[in-house]
Design a protein around this ligand. Structure first.
Ligand SMILES: Cc1cc2nc3c(=O)[nH]c(=O)nc-3n(C[C@H](O)[C@H](O)[C@H](O)COP(=O)(O)O)c2cc1C
Length: 360
């Protein structure tokens, strides 16, 4: 399905090497301010251009608002927005129909959709499809900001280089710090080591993965729907939809499995007139509902599958073994570009639940 959400409903369209990529959003409350410059700023965070470390695909990604906006505000009609695909080179991908890239979607997509499928640039499996997510995420963040809900994504690790997250930092501080470097981390010391690690992987004809953390502050207590549409299920659903995401954990996550209850339970305290918890192993969620503490979710992004080194694959027509050398333009590490995408989808999930629960 190319759609997500019940009340804030998005449908992404296009493909990597088609004429355009974009999104249609239904359910934006009429009167919501739509600021094209803010959306463009988010799109610019996703673009590789200007990034020393990224793919050499050069695209402007200029936002075009097609409908649903009147005098700078959502007008109640579906909002349609797109960017044009400019830097399209089909040729490097033709061979992948016969010799699928290890680690990419080529093989199952060819079996599922046949040889007619447009796999140029990864087709609908391309990271380029995330343009529409970033546009919708930007609108969702505006909607949430009106209720004081603040969302930020940042890089926690790249390869084996871990960032120190400043204890006590709030979302605006994390946002400001992580915008000062190309890898999108709030740790300035780790940022240069991360950049070096990516450059080294590129020199080796290889790639790196990493972990992105998304933090959402000031979520109203109780937000979330029962059982299957719990906060965790809804956020995880959209995070796992993003290409290259392989694992998601909330709060203490997998580490919770090794703790005792006495250690894992977050003690409650009164802070003024608010109930808070001393620790936040729950990641801001109990029973699928917001506790009012920051929602903290970490996302593992795998190393880019399209690497320059020769790789072992098969020829699906001749039924023989082959060695594949992937051409085309690929990031040695997509983590820095995935930050804004993962931030966007988390905002989309919260916006949908906020509308369903009547919080916005
Ligand atoms: C922003 C973004 C950019 C991406 N760029 C590339 C790329 O340049 N090369 C590549 O092989 N994969 C890239 N990917 C990942 C692939 O789209 C993904 O690995 C592939 O579709 C297979 O899906 P899966 O990894 O979720 O199983 C990118 C993903 C994102 C989110």
């Amino acid at each position: 399905m190319m759609s997500f959400g019940e009340r804030f409903r998005i449908t992404i369209f296009g493909s990597s090497h088609g004429p355009e990529v974009g999104v249609t959003i239904e359910g934006i409350p009429a009167g919501t301010r739509i600021d094209p410059e803010r959306i463009q700023a988010d799109l610019d965070r996703r673009r590789p251009v200007g990034r020393r470390l990224a793919t050499r695909r050069q695209e402007e990604d200029r936002l075009v608002l097609d409908s649903g906006v009147t005098q700078g505000q959502a007008d109640g009609a579906p909002l349609r927005a797109h960017v044009t695909n400019e830097d399209v080179r089909r040729e490097p991908y033709d061979r992948l129909k016969e010799t699928p890239r290890p680690g990419h979607a080529d093989y199952p997509a060819r079996v599922r959709y046949g040889t007619g499928a447009d796999l140029s640039g990864g087709g609908i499996f391309s990271g380029r499809m995330t343009v529409g997510l970033v546009i919708a995420g930007s609108v969702a963040k505006t909607l949430l900001a009106a209720r004081g809900i603040d969302v930020v994504g940042y890089t926690r690790s790249i390869g084996t280089v871990d960032a120190e997250i400043p204890p006590g930092a709030d979302v605006p501080q994390l946002r400001e710090r992580s915008r000062t470097n190309e890898v999108g981390t709030p740790d300035p010391v780790a940022s240069s080591r991360m950049e070096e690690a990516i450059a080294e992987a590129r020199r080796d004809g290889d790639s790196l993965g990493g972990i992105v953390e998304v933090r959402i502050d000031h979520v109203p207590v109780g937000l979330g729907e029962p059982f299957f549409d719990s906060l965790e299920s809804t956020i995880a659903h959209v995070l796992f939809s993003v290409p290259a995401v392989k694992a998601v954990e909330f709060g203490a996550g997998f580490a919770a499995a090794r703790m005792r209850g006495s250690e894992h339970n977050d003690p409650f305290v009164w802070v003024g007139s608010e109930v808070r918890t001393v620790t936040n192993h729950a990641g801001g969620i109990l029973g699928g509902l917001a506790t009012g503490m920051p929602i903290v979710v970490r996302v593992a992004v795998k190393p880019t599958s399209s690497i320059a080194r020769p790789q072992q694959t098969v020829n699906l027509t001749t039924r023989s073994a082959e060695t594949l050398v992937v051409t085309g333009r690929h990031d040695p590490c997509i983590v820095p570009r995935a930050v804004v995408v993962l931030e966007a989808v988390a905002a989309i999930a919260i916006a949908d639940l906020a509308l369903r629960g009547g919080y916005v």
